[in-house]
Ligand binder design. Structure first.
Ligand SMILES: Cc1cc2nc3c(=O)[nH]c(=O)nc-3n(C[C@H](O)[C@H](O)[C@H](O)COP(=O)(O)OP(=O)(O)OC[C@H]3O[C@@H](n4cnc5c(N)ncnc54)[C@H](O)[C@@H]3O)c2cc1C
Length: 316
């Protein structure tokens, strides 16, 4: 029997620590419980929203007027030869650690990304060597629930998932709920995997604002730019190469627009990585919305670039 709660403030369930109440809220650990929760939503004529680790969402100050279904851990992951099959509600960090403990490589670069495996696959999360190709490059198949009419389970092959930079078929279709994921990894010495994970942790400490709380990580996707003069300036300025010749980091563009350290209400553009909008302690979702409109307008005005959010708005 599910424990469906009412009027639960969502802020503590997000890394941004922002957001009002969910009218109804339930935590689930299995496919059957998701189906039961969906039945409750249908019987009570409620919209639903699937929440993972809450590390890529900004929840409205008015909250969500429906049922939030939060996937939580059930320590449900197994190895199959060089693959891992895991429940979508496991934290990404526990899956990465599980891979290392089983002498499997491939996930080291995403070590340190908060949230669940389901959230990561949905947004094709990535970092460092696999920033652009994302975790999708390691996905063999995904078991998902199609909820448009009668919920039905469908197996998605990697090709069906249509992974792209911070994109997948699941992101384009919010009625799809990822239930479990099969990751195709490869045998690698445990110590070597561990050393790479530690190297990534160090990089993240140096390059990213501290801790998991108070932001959503990168707020915008890295933009594709048409002005090649800007690419040239970026490459000279940073000594780095633009990806595919024209994709440059959003943090650099925002920084060049002079917005590092900009404060509005309770939010601030991080001094360390200008693509992080930080909750300084008392931020509201409204502050974030005003800040993001300001950033987008400034960047558009200065460079003609239309920034696109990587994060997901909930309840707006
Ligand atoms: C400090 C910090 C650093 C970060 N660094 C990175 C980084 O380096 N690279 C990167 O790519 N991201 C990064 N992120 C962003 C974030 O951690 C990832 O996008 C993460 O994969 C989101 O997972 P989640 O479970 O928290 O998703 P949530 O925030 O809970 O949800 C995000 C979206 O996914 C949907 N969703 C969640 N679970 C499922 C599911 N099972 N089925 C279908 N839809 C689902 C939700 O409905 C929502 O629309 C960072 C975030 C923070 C706070």
């Amino acid at each position: 029997m599910l424990d469906i709660k009412q009027d639960i403030i969502l802020a503590p369930y997000t890394t941004f620590r922002i957001g009002g109440p969910a009218k109804f809220f339930v935590e689930v650990v299995s496919e059957d419980e998701i189906i039961e929760a969906l039945k409750y939503a249908e019987d009570n004529n409620l919209r639903f929203f699937v929440l993972g680790g809450g590390s890529n969402v900004i929840v409205s100050d008015n909250g969500f007027d429906g049922l939030v279904i939060r996937l939580i851990s059930s320590n449900n992951y197994v190895t199959e030869n060089s693959s891992i099959v895991s429940w979508a509600g496991e934290s990404l960090s526990s899956v990465v650690n599980f891979a290392r403990d089983n002498g499997l490589g491939g996930l080291e670069c995403i070590n340190g990304i908060p949230g669940t495996l389901g959230g990561a696959v949905r947004g094709n999360a990535g970092a460092y060597d696999i920033n652009e190709i994302g975790i999708g490059s390691m996905v063999e198949s995904v078991r998902a629930l199609e909820t448009k009419s009668n919920p039905k389970i469908v197996e998605y092959t990697k090709a069906d998932c249509k992974f792209d930079y911070r994109m997948s078929v699941f992101k384009g279709n919010p009625e799809l709920i990822i239930i479990s994921v099969k990751l195709a990894l490869y045998k690698k010495d445990r110590e070597t995997v561990d050393a790479k994970m530690k190297e990534i942790t160090q990089k993240r400490i140096i390059e990213k604002p501290k801790g998991w709380v108070g932001s959503t990580g990168s707020f915008y996707k890295n933009p594709k730019v048409t002005d090649l003069k800007l690419v040239d300036i970026f490459e000279k300025d940073t000594g780095r190469k633009a990806v595919d010749g024209n994709v440059i980091p959003a943090f650099w563009v925002i920084s060049e627009a002079g917005l590092k350290g900009k404060e509005i209400g309770g939010v601030k553009v991080s001094e360390k990585n200008a693509n992080f909008i930080m909750n300084m302690g008392s931020a509201t979702a409204e502050d974030v919305v005003i800040m993001t409109s300001f950033i987008k307008q400034q960047v558009r005005g200065k460079f003609g670039i239309q920034l696109q959010e990587e994060i997901q708005y909930v309840g707006f």
